[in-house]
Design a protein around this ligand. Structure first.
Ligand SMILES: Nc1ncnc2c1ncn2[C@@H]1O[C@H](COP(=O)(O)OP(=O)(O)OP(=O)(O)O)[C@@H](O)[C@H]1O
Length: 571
């Protein structure tokens, strides 16, 4: 009789979970199951001893050795099972601890996000950082030293969340107020990813809507990457670029390219393409919603073309802006895997460091009187004045320059050199009042702008947010005055709501203005409101000047024709 037969006899009537041999089989596979029959066996044995002692004593006599074996099995089972159970419990406790700890960490991170008005959407979003020192293990000390050199001691809310997300290689759509440091938020992780210079061609591509902004980003990039020897380029002269970046001729010693989409697509459209983007690992789109605007319809096609050209499989995309439209979010959700959406503050809200005022000025004439009055009472330069078109910028400039004011104008009709010089002079304090169009409403960072004057009412609330966002940057305070006439009621309601949202006093009637139809608002965006010229010159004088100009133009044309035909010029 072997141990199995003894077990069978004494365990008669007992139920087992397994039909297999209870001692041997469970021992091989599952210690916990194995321990049960042995314990049951003990119980049965005790019980049987009472009822049939003879029988059992015979068994004990005959199978002494088997029992020793059986007991040792039981003991071993008990010990192993105890150890295992303890281990299991420990494991369970530690995993419970881990989950609890993870939950606690998440709660803590969420509390910290709330304190900083950061909201996130996405899976496994990395925790926000509290200080730049926390990055010492993940970011090169050279880069951290450069941050300190720039005077950035503490990260801004968008930097707290966007930097760790991008450092973990996550694609991101970030929306944070104007002047809140979005440029550093994408440049720092980007520079960390790129490490030192290489000769494989551009590895990062930054796209933004204007050349002015591109230049500013390039300069910030150079400052932050000091000591890394990275080659940071901007696409400016297109003819030079065609030969400079020609894939056949260039040595590929470029790392970062900052550009507007038009210029880049011009190069990509050459046959064969005049630039190679095969090595691009990171594509950053700044002022993303501007590039997705309906009026810039072609950008979405351009983006497709750019994405196609950036064909590296591990290519990542990051989008940043102060305002975000549903079309951008939708695009990102559909095209960016593992996307994290970060929003700081309320979406599309103005920065709370700007004091806002809406001023009714009657009509166009009233505007000119109002700005003169403002200057007469005293303003604190530098001041930015926004108008709706380049013609109006020129008209206002002509009016103010004759008042002996230190003023200049910037718009798309001026040459690249003129634009660069104007911006430089304004930054250096040589120009006190700068008249501008939407050209520099986005992204351009002038330090310490004290006053923004919306001479012409902004065409949309998004435009308003960006325009007044040129003041009150990096925690500084500023003021924005917006003139409006009866013609501007179309958008007045929207802007009034923005003011109210940011805690400013707004007259009740403005909030109650009837909401304009989507069609009407769209029309305003695509074709600007017709306004009278900015001038104090009487109408008859203007007519005279126009007639005279027409006559001179005709004379010049006639003379040109004469010259082309080989006749002697009479003048
Ligand atoms: N951590 C920081 N501490 C202090 N200043 C900072 C910090 N990060 C950035 N800045 C400064 O804040 C200013 C605004 O930064 P930036 O131009 O990146 O703003 P932005 O969020 O991109 O604004 P916009 O939406 O108008 O483009 C800059 O002058 C920059 O030098």
């Amino acid at each position: 009789m072997d141990a199995y037969d003894i077990f069978k006899k004494i365990s008669k009537g007992a139920k087992f979970k397994t039909k297999q041999r209870p001692i041997i089989k469970p021992l091989e596979n599952d210690i916990t199951i194995k321990s049960e029959p042995i314990e049951i066996q003990h119980t049965v044995l005790t019980h049987t001893t009472c009822s049939d002692s003879n029988n059992i004593s015979t068994i004990l006599e005959d199978q002494k050795n088997d029992f020793v074996l059986l007991n040792s099995f039981a003991e071993a089972g008990k010990i192993i099972s105890g150890k295992k159970r303890k281990k299991d419990i420990e494991q369970q406790l530690s995993s419970m601890d881990e989950t609890k700890q993870k939950k606690m960490r998440e709660e803590k991170a969420n509390r910290y996000r709330n304190e900083n008005s950061i909201s996130v959407v996405g899976r496994h979003v990395p925790e926000p950082i509290k200080s730049f020192q926390e990055l010492s293990s993940s970011v090169d000390s050279v880069l951290l030293a450069n941050l300190a050199k720039c005077g950035y001691t503490e990260p801004t809310p968008i930097q707290k969340q966007a930097i760790p997300a991008m450092l973990e290689d996550r694609q991101i759509l970030a929306c944070a107020p104007t002047g809140s440091g979005k440029t550093v938020a994408f440049l720092l992780p980007l520079l960390q990813h790129l490490q030192g210079p290489q000769s494989s061609g551009f590895r990062a591509l930054i796209i933004c809507p204007t050349r002015e902004l591109a230049k500013q980003i390039q300069q910030e990039c150079i400052r932050l990457s000091d000591g890394r020897n990275l080659k940071i380029h901007i696409l400016s002269k297109i003819n030079k670029a065609i030969t400079q970046y020609d894939p056949k001729k260039s040595n590929g010693k470029y790392d970062i390219l900052v550009t507007t989409p038009n210029r880049l697509c011009f190069l990509l459209n050459q046959d064969p393409p005049a630039i190679n983007l095969n090595s691009v690992e990171w594509l950053i789109i700044d002022e993303a919603d501007k590039l997705f605007e309906e009026s810039v319809r072609s950008f979405r096609n351009q983006l497709q073309q750019i994405l196609k050209a950036c064909c590296l499989h591990k290519r990542r995309v990051a989008m940043f802006s102060a305002t975000c439209t549903p079309i951008v979010s939708k695009w990102c959700v559909h095209n960016m895997k593992g996307l994290i959406r970060v929003t700081v503050g309320l979406r599309n809200a103005v920065t709370d460091t700007v004091e806002q005022e809406l001023k009714f000025v009657g009509n166009e004439e009233g505007k000119l009187l109002a700005i003169r009055d403002l200057i007469r009472r005293g303003v604190n330069p530098p001041v930015l004045v926004f108008v709706q078109s380049k013609e109006r910028a020129q008209q206002l400039f002509t009016e103010l320059i004759y008042d002996g004011i230190n003023v200049d104008a910037i718009h798309s009709d001026r040459t690249q050199l003129q634009r660069d010089n104007t911006i430089r002079s304004f930054r250096e304090g040589k120009i006190w009042i700068l008249i501008c169009t939407e050209l520099i409403a986005r992204g351009v960072d002038f330090k310490g702008i004290n006053l923004i004057v919306n001479y012409d009412f902004p065409p949309s609330s998004i435009s308003y947010v960006h325009r007044i966002g040129r003041a009150g940057r990096a925690g500084r305070r500023g003021k924005a005055i917006t003139f409006f006439t009866v013609d501007d009621t179309v958008n007045l309601r929207n802007i009034a709501h923005i003011l109210q949202q940011s805690g400013q006093q707004v007259p009740e009637f403005m909030l109650r203005i009837k909401k304009r139809s989507k069609k009407e608002r769209k029309r305003l965006l695509t074709s600007a409101l017709k306004r009278d010229d900015i001038t104090t010159t009487p109408v008859y004088e203007l007519m005279k000047r126009r007639r005279w100009k027409r006559r001179t133009d005709k004379t010049i044309q006639r003379e040109n024709n004469v010259n082309q035909n080989g006749y002697i010029n009479k003048m």
